[in-house]
Design a protein around this ligand. Structure first.
Ligand SMILES: Nc1ncnc2c1ncn2[C@@H]1O[C@H](COP(=O)(O)OP(=O)(O)OP(=O)(O)O)[C@@H](O)[C@H]1O
Length: 263
């Protein structure tokens, strides 16, 4: 699904959080949004999901597969989130429901938005468990019984269970160690590509960005200051803001060790 953001402006309590942001994500494209802490990345993600705080004033346009998000009804937004847009968040432990089993968690979007039998739901959950690399005996476990990497695999399965056309990944690997980061980035990108979906991948780490995306936007203090192919931006950033981020990333390079499992 394509996403077209035009002149997005978010203000909270009179304070500008995002100013005149323009972004496009083509159907099937993986695009990054990078910026330092507090630059407004999550606010853009929340605006796309229709989940901004009630105190936020939003202007501009977010066209998502021909649906205008800004000003859409709660019902339209819930339907869009449930069926067409999937989200993976930073802290899997906090975004999973602690009293739901893995299977219940993954099946929840299906229960809320689709009229399927219990058996059909279980079949889809089992298929997705294997796609995200979790054993079927994980289905009955609770989040606290899983490692951080396994929890994020459940988060990815929950985001993908309805076969969404657009995935928003908001710092999905920040809470993980570097080996697990690499596995989760590779898993997410391959599942998104297999599904032919598009993705916005938010991070403050250029090395993760290089692995996850082909094109990216640099956000600084709520403004998009640079954009282009991720490899070019990483090799030759032109704005001082992007140059600072790249320099910081060079000291925090993703490890590429030989061993495969560290969960
Ligand atoms: N609920 C809120 N009410 C008021 N201001 C908020 C709220 N949430 C975030 N902000 C402010 O909005 C700005 C952007 O925050 P945001 O979470 O989008 O940053 P970010 O780039 O995602 O940072 P990080 O990388 O640390 O997650 C910050 O100045 C933050 O203090």
């Amino acid at each position: 699904m394509s996403v077209d953001v035009r002149g997005l402006k978010i203000t909270i309590g009179g304070k500008p959080i995002v100013s005149d942001a323009d972004m496009t994500i083509a159907d099937g494209e993986r695009v990054g949004l990078i910026g330092s802490s507090g630059s407004g990345k999550s606010m853009i993600a929340k605006a796309m999901l229709g989940l901004l705080p009630l105190t936020a004033v939003t202007n501009g346009s977010i066209d998502m597969g021909s649906t205008e998000i800004i000003g859409a009804s709660e019902r339209a937004l819930a339907d869009l989130r449930g069926r067409y847009v999937g989200a993976v968040f930073q802290n899997p432990a906090a975004s999973l429901n602690p009293v739901m089993t893995v299977a219940q968690q993954i099946a929840l979007p299906l229960r809320l938005h689709y009229d399927l039998t219990k058996v059909e739901r279980a079949d889809r959950v089992n298929a997705l468990l294997s796609k995200v690399g979790l054993d079927l005996d994980m289905a009955g476990k609770y989040p606290h019984e899983l490692s951080g990497g396994q929890q994020q695999r459940v988060g990815i399965a929950t985001a993908l269970i309805t076969s969404p056309r657009f995935i928003i990944a908001d710092e999905p690997t920040t809470a993980l160690d570097s080996i697990t980061q690499r596995q989760i980035v590779d898993l997410l990108t391959s599942l998104v590509d297999d599904a032919g979906a598009s993705m916005l991948f938010i991070t403050h780490d250029f090395s993760v960005l290089a692995r996850a995306t082909t094109r990216c936007y640099v956000l600084d203090a709520g403004r998009i200051v640079e954009s282009g192919p991720t490899a070019d931006l990483l090799a030759a950033p032109t704005t001082p803001q992007a140059q600072r981020l790249v320099a910081a990333a060079q000291t925090l390079t993703l490890h590429t060790p030989k061993e495969d499992s560290h969960e």
